[in-house]
Design a protein around this ligand. Structure first.
Ligand code: HGY
Ligand code: MN
Ligand code: MN
Ligand code: MN
Length: 410
């Protein structure tokens, strides 16, 4: 059992085939959650898993559970998985790698005629990205009891379409209740999405924790008026206020180094006409840090700083923190399995904290969990230029295989 290895080419080919669904000119992927393209990707994954002898369950948040039977199916499965939805300018590896690494492990065990003691499951978590339907990781969050089902199904995109509407439309509003499944352990393989492993020439990231996140939605309201006759001192320009808050967000991030991250990624200007003074601006803030106390200080600084800015610019402000995901320590019994697998395979590795959020962050609340990172080129992700090396992806999948087998047969 110790010397089985996955099939590198078959893993790569499955990633490339899945990447064709929503593939973009620049070699990236745009497969937003619950679009027709997401349905196509889900259908392909289900087809592949059924061909590999798995049974499929879909729950009411559209989470897909592909189950490979074990010797004793009364035992809770050891689970793997990640997400198939992408950012609008996403890549072929973020999320998809963790899903197809699970499938590749099924295929390899089938080929080798290996039956594990516990069943195994590979999971597709719905809408991990939170790009179309904020917040991120919402379906693994419902599964872990962080959000209730009604909240999850009511998440809406900028056109007002809800996740419940879209799940039904694409045929993935499943029957299974969300969360009424137990995992013996959960492992998520993922590209690092940052530069550390590549800079240090390490093949594997042994993920011990994930940093905390706070997401905000801010609407500033001033006064639309003519860009010509309206004297500067009398203006109530919502975009000037927003620009000052963008500067504040960046300063808060820089003042809390190392580790703090602070981003304004989405902004809508109304009426967005070149000769009208913007009367309203809607924008988002994404704060991250591995220490909850620092995140709290960043929150305080944003609230106080933004209040001062809108007062001086004579604007109204609607300010809402829409999501808080605390820093997450992963389970030592899973972290040590990943570390040991990397050592047994003779792979260079280092322990690290995940800068990105992942479904594993919520599943860690209901099952012992850890993650396996592999490098991505120049650490670039959430970008069509996202690339990963076939050897690294195979190495990560072999680490995942070993860690999963340790828990499935232990
Ligand atoms: O935002 C994140 O960290 C993840 O990609 N949802
Ligand atoms: Mn991801
Ligand atoms: Mn992502
Ligand atoms: Mn070591």
């Amino acid at each position: 059992m110790n010397d089985i290895r996955i099939n590198k080419q078959r893993l790569w080919d499955s990633l490339m085939e899945m990447g064709e669904i929503g593939g973009t000119e620049k070699g990236g992927c745009c497969r937003l959650a619950l679009t027709d393209l997401d349905k196509q990707g889900r259908d392909l994954f289900v087809k592949w898993c059924e061909e590999a002898g798995c049974s499929i369950t879909v729950d009411k948040m559209g989470n897909i559970f592909a189950r490979r039977p074990g010797k004793d199916n009364s035992l809770p499965p050891v689970a793997m998985g990640s997400h198939l939805d992408t950012q609008p300018t996403g890549g072929k590896f973020d999320g998809v790698y963790g899903v197809l690494a699970g499938l590749e492990i099924f295929r390899t065990l089938n080929e080798q005629g290996i039956e594990t003691q516990t069943p195994l499951e590979t999971v597709v978590w719905t809408n991990e990205e939170g790009s179309r339907f904020p917040p991120a990781m919402v379906s693994s969050g419902v599964f872990a009891g962080v959000f209730d089902l009604e909240y999850g199904l009511s998440r809406a995109d900028l056109d007002g379409k809800t996740m419940g509407d879209e799940l039904r439309r694409i045929g993935y509003y499943g029957e299974a209740e969300v969360g009424d499944r137990e995992f013996k352990a959960f492992f998520e393989a993922h590209i690092e999405q940052g530069p550390i492993l590549e800079d240090e020439h390490k093949q594997i990231g042994v993920v011990t924790d994930a940093q905390g996140q706070r997401w905000y939605e801010i609407t500033l309201t001033g006064q639309e008026s003519h860009a010509g006759p309206t004297p500067m001192p009398s203006r109530r320009d919502a975009l000037v206020g927003a620009a000052r808050i963008v500067e504040l967000v960046n300063r808060i991030g820089m003042e809390n180094q190392p580790n703090a991250c602070a981003t304004v990624g989405l902004m809508q200007v109304f009426p967005n006409s070149r000769n009208v003074i913007p009367g309203q601006v809607f924008f988002t803030v994404d704060f991250r840090h591995p220490d909850a106390k620092v995140l709290e200080r960043m929150d305080q600084a944003l609230r106080e700083g933004a209040a001062g800015i809108v007062e001086e610019a004579k604007l109204e402000m609607a300010f809402e923190q829409i999501w808080y995901s605390p820093p997450v320590p992963f389970a030592e019994q899973c972290v040590s399995s990943v570390r040991k697998a990397a050592e047994d395979l003779g792979l260079s590795h280092r322990e690290m904290v995940s800068g990105a959020g992942h479904d594993a962050c919520y599943i860690a609340r209901v099952a012992p969990t850890s993650m396996v990172f592999v490098p991505c080129e120049k650490g670039i992700s959430h970008n069509e230029l996202e690339r990963a090396d076939a050897d690294d992806l195979a190495a990560g999948c072999n680490v995942l295989l070993k860690a999963v087998l340790e828990h499935a047969n232990g």
